[in-house]
Design a protein around this ligand. Structure first.
Ligand code: PLP
Length: 399
């Protein structure tokens, strides 16, 4: 039985997530018996730490099986608000400013949907995570691509953003450490952008999902940048979650911290779409955020392993003088693929050839609006990272 389907106006411009499409192709090649090395995945390859899984089991036995408040259980929101207040230092963040959602992806969707609409322009420092563009399209707003310079690790500066602004600009979406480049914005850069946004009356959505995966100094939060000046925090929404740093991708817990009126709108929206995030997952997240000694030890061990892999991959790429962004956080390496035969989509062509002829899956930079690049994830066992990067280099050198 199949009826003819014409997509509604809501989804007419929607495209499938390119990152998920690569993983799906790698899986299907594996199912066909090929030993594919998957360097496309955007999730830690570690299991959720035992103390968190044990906490979730206890919560289940204690009855965490029912609806919770739409915005999430109070102890979790109190904990998140307390952590945010520690960054902000002034005017304590209230638990009511926090809405817990089904992953930071939903928190981002909620934020964009309640803030932006038809005719609004939102600046997106590019390359950026593929879903920002699609989420803004779903909100009927326009994602404005703002390119950072190669010398500046492809990060957009306040000046770049100002140059792309029009009277219709309503906001900007920041992400540091950045997916797909691993670049990290320093505190001065964040403060300059926040000051510009405050002057122009823009909303700032800061996606900080990789903040705890940082290799040099801790990556600053936009809350640190707003610290000491209440005006800077007035239009700031910080989105975070447990997926990456706590190896909890499947639990689907993220949150937004927003001014009260925005938090209320987000809560109302969520009440009509998904209601509360999974109750047992909220308790698992509470355990992750409150058992600090165990959490810090687990994060340090995972970040230490990511660092080892990054260092090995970086030295291999340096040896052949490949052009890549210096990775300071998250678990990605972004590599430029020189054009061949005027192929503007060199990254896409390269990723296809790499998968089909050398059994390595990476994400083409086109997914992030930078078609001359590819993204490698080193959230994979060390031997896969080494062998995968070796094959990337082999193909690069044969071009
Ligand atoms: N933000 C960025 C930059 C990401 O890379 C991802 C996942 O890949 C997410 C948000 C979504 O995370 P979550 O699993 O919390 O929805």
């Amino acid at each position: 039985m199949s009826a003819r389907y014409a997509p509604s106006a809501n989804v007419i411009e929607l495209t499938e997530s390119a990152t998920i499409a690569v993983s799906a192709r790698a899986k299907s090649l594996r199912a066909a018996g090929r030993a594919v090395i998957d360097l496309g995945a955007g999730e830690p390859d570690f299991p959720t730490p035992t103390f968190i899984r044990e906490g979730a089991k206890r919560a289940l036995d204690a009855g965490a099986t029912r609806y919770t408040l739409v915005e999430g259980i109070l102890p979790l929101r109190e904990t998140i608000a307390g952590r945010a207040s520690a960054h902000l230092k002034i005017n304590d963040v209230l638990p009511d400013q926090v809405v817990v959602s089904t992953g930071s992806k939903q928190a981002l969707f909620n934020s964009c949907f309640v803030l932006f609409g038809e005719g609004d322009e939102v600046l997106v420092p590019t390359p950026a995570w593929t879903s920002y563009y699609q989420i803004l399209t779903l909100a009927r707003a326009r994602a404005v691509i703002v390119r950072g310079s190669r010398e500046h690790s492809l990060k957009a500066t306040a000046r770049d953003l100002e140059g792309a602004a029009t009277p219709r600009t309503r906001g900007v979406i920041l992400n540091s450490p950045t997916n797909p480049t691993g670049a990290v914005y320093d505190l001065d850069e964040l403060r300059e952008i926040l000051s510009l946004a405050a002057r122009c009356g823009w909303w700032v959505i800061s996606d900080e999902i990789y903040r705890e995966i940082s290799y040099a100094a801790p990556a600053p939060s936009l809350l640190d940048a707003a610290s000491g000046d209440a005006a800077l925090g007035e239009r700031l929404i910080v989105v975070d979650g447990v997926a990456k740093a706590y190896a909890m991708t499947g639990w689907r817990i993220g949150w937004s911290i927003a001014p009260l009126a925005v938090a209320r709108a987000i809560c109302a929206l969520q009440s009509h779409t998904t209601s509360n995030a999974s109750a047992v997952s909220q308790h698992a997240a509470l355990c992750a955020l409150t058992a600090r000694d165990q959490a810090d030890a687990a994060i340090a061990a995972m970040v230490g392993e990511f660092r080892r892999r990054r260092d090995v991959a970086v030295s291999m790429l340096r040896e052949v003088k490949a052009d890549f962004v210096e990775p300071r956080g998250a678990f990605y390496l972004f590599i430029r693929i020189p054009q061949r035969d005027n192929d503007a989509e060199s990254g896409t062509t390269f990723a296809r050839e790499l998968l089909e002829t050398r059994d390595v899956a990476v994400v083409p930079g086109a997914a992030f609006h930078t078609p001359e690049w590819i993204r490698i994830s080193y959230a994979a066992p060390m031997e896969d990272v080494v062998e995968g990067v070796r094959r990337v280099i082999e193909l690069l050198m044969s071009s």
